[in-house]
Design a protein. Structure first.
Length: 318
């Protein structure tokens, strides 16, 4: 009889533990994300929320929106409860080398698909033509600036020494181009589409080709990143976040028509703009986590003198 009662007790305990672990594994966990007030970023995360990719992976993503120059700082400082956010590979190395904070990237967000945009009747047709030109670009602390500087170095050019630079937001840079204050500006989809569709502008699209030939993959612009301590304490959230991002990116690649539902966000005003957006925007979103290309970017950053050394701690994790 005692053996029978013991068996019953063990079965009850096993059942209770099973229910506990099942509920724990399927519980919706909230994660606060530092988000950039940029259309390409907001589109991806709008799709995640609207198509419930976060909930399908037992997550609830909450966003703290900031201008791009503030996004990385808020994550580093853990402001407003931020736990994860986008980080450029070079910025990541710079932050970790300071020693006060140690961050790691674990999922892709955006590739660097930037083009120089010039007026249709411009005398500039190649990168070499642009040497000495007036370039309107993003601030030096931005991921866009750092990515541009890296890609140009790989092409044998120096952003600060070979060009005359002005800095501003995307609207400010577009205005500089239209008024003639700048000969070219650096843009990516979706913002570049609005200019190209008018027929008054064209793009010089060599940068990403140069990078891809060298690295074997597009250049990472930003990856999802968190403090090392947070990653160690939340391995399940890390896996769920990575899958959420990749699920959404794959969905966008396979269903570019989803862009039709975000015309206001992407400022799509004509059928031609919609067509170009469907053709170009999905390529901005990686569908796999290729940490090797991020390592390549860091190695080149050290080779070109953007960073002094590489930390021994692995900054890009599987």
């Amino acid at each position: 009889m005692t053996r029978k009662y013991t068996l019953i007790i063990l079965i009850v305990i096993a059942a209770v533990l099973g229910v506990y672990f099942y509920r724990s594994a399927t519980r919706i966990e909230t994660v606060r994300v530092s988000g950039a007030e940029a259309a390409n970023f907001k589109f991806l995360f709008s799709v995640i929320k609207d198509k419930e990719f976060d909930k399908k992976n037992n997550l609830n993503l909450e966003f703290v929106w900031s201008n791009p120059g503030e996004v990385e700082r808020k994550l580093t400082a853990k402001e407003e409860g931020v736990e994860v956010g986008p980080y450029n590979p070079i910025s990541l190395a710079e932050t970790n080398l300071k020693g006060a904070e140690q961050l790691q990237s674990f999922a892709p967000i955006l590739y660097t698909y930037y083009h120089f945009i010039v007026k249709a009747d411009s005398k500039f047709y190649t990168l070499q033509d642009l040497r000495g030109a007036k370039i309107a670009t993003r601030p030096k602390l931005s991921a866009a600036y750092k990515s541009l500087a890296m890609a140009l170095k790989l092409a044998g050019m120096d952003l600060e020494n070979d060009f005359k630079l002005t800095f501003g937001t995307i609207p400010e840079n577009v205005k500089a181009l239209t008024t003639g204050e700048a000969d070219a500006t650096l843009m990516s989809p979706p913002e570049s589409v609005g200019l190209l569709v008018t027929g008054k502008y064209r793009q010089i699209a060599e940068l990403e080709n140069i990078w891809e030939r060298a690295a074997g993959a597009p250049m990472p612009l930003v990856s999802l990143t968190a403090h090392k301590s947070w990653i160690e304490q939340n391995p399940r959230k890390v896996k769920r976040l990575r899958k959420t991002i990749l699920d959404a990116a794959t969905f966008i690649h396979e269903n570019p028509q989803v862009i039709e539902g975000y015309k206001d966000l992407l400022k799509i005003q004509t059928d031609e703009m919609l067509k170009l957006m469907k053709e170009g925007l999905p390529s901005s979103y990686p569908t796999s986590w290729n940490d090797a290309v991020s390592h390549f970017a860091i190695e080149k950053a050290m080779e070109f003198g953007f960073i002094k050394s590489i930390t021994h701690e692995d900054m890009f994790i599987h």
